[in-house]
Design a protein. Structure first.
Length: 163
C-alpha cells in the first residue's frame, strides 16, 4: 500500500549494525519507521523504537490493529523516553497509517504562489478511501444524469421517483 503512494518499502530494514526496523518507508528525504505490534510488547522491545530514533527515522509509527496494545506501548514509551523522542512517535492502526501517508502526499502537493498580485494558497487534504469512493460514485451518477438530461432521455431511477 505504501508503494502505491510513492514510497520505497523495505521489510526488516537493518539499522545500527545490530537492529531491525519492521518496515522502513523512504520517499525523497522522508524516513519513516513502522514498528508492528501483534501482541502486548515486553518493556525491552521498546529498545527497537529507541534504535529507530537514533538511526534518524522520523516519525516512528507504532502500528497495531489492537487499540489496547497501542495504549500499552504508549504507556511504556511515555515513561521510558524523553519528551523530544516521544514527539517523534505516532500510534496508529493500519487504516490510520494509510490516511497519514495520504496526508503527507497531500501536504507535498500544497503550494503558495502569487498570481496577478494575489497570494494563492492551495492546500490538499486526504480523505479516507471509503469516503473517496463514495464521492467518486456520486460524481459519476450526477454526470450520467446530466448527460441523459441533455440528450432528452429520462433516467429509469427518475421515473420511479416521480411516480
Amino acid at each position: 500500500m505504501a508503494e502505491s503512494r510513492g514510497y520505497r518499502v523495505l521489510f526488516e530494514e537493518p539499522i545500527l549494525d545490530r537492529g531491525l526496523v519492521d518496515v522502513g518507508l523512504f520517499k525523497n528525504e522522508a524516513r519513516i519507521a513502522v514498528e508492528i505490534y501483534v501482541i502486548t510488547p515486553e518493556p525491552f522491545e521498546i529498545q527497537n523504537i529507541q534504535k529507530c530514533i537514533i538511526a534518524g527515522f522520523n516519525p516512528i509509527v507504532v502500528c497495531s490493529r489492537d487499540r489496547k496494545i497501542l495504549e500499552t506501548v504508549w504507556k511504556i514509551v511515555e515513561t521510558t523516553l524523553d519528551s523530544a523522542s516521544n514527539s517523534k512517535i505516532l500510534y496508529l492502526d493500519p487504516k490510520s497509517l494509510l490516511l497519514y501517508l495520504d496526508q503527507l502526499a497531500a501536504d507535498e502537493l500544497s503550494s503558495e504562489q502569487i498570481i496577478k498580485g494575489y497570494r494563492v494558497k492551495v492546500r490538499y487534504t486526504a480523505i479516507p478511501e471509503d469516503e473517496a469512493k463514495s464521492i467518486r460514485n456520486t460524481i459519476g451518477k450526477i454526470m450520467i444524469e446530466s448527460i441523459l438530461r441533455n440528450k432528452g432521455i429520462k433516467n429509469s431511477n427518475s421515473k420511479q421517483s416521480e411516480e
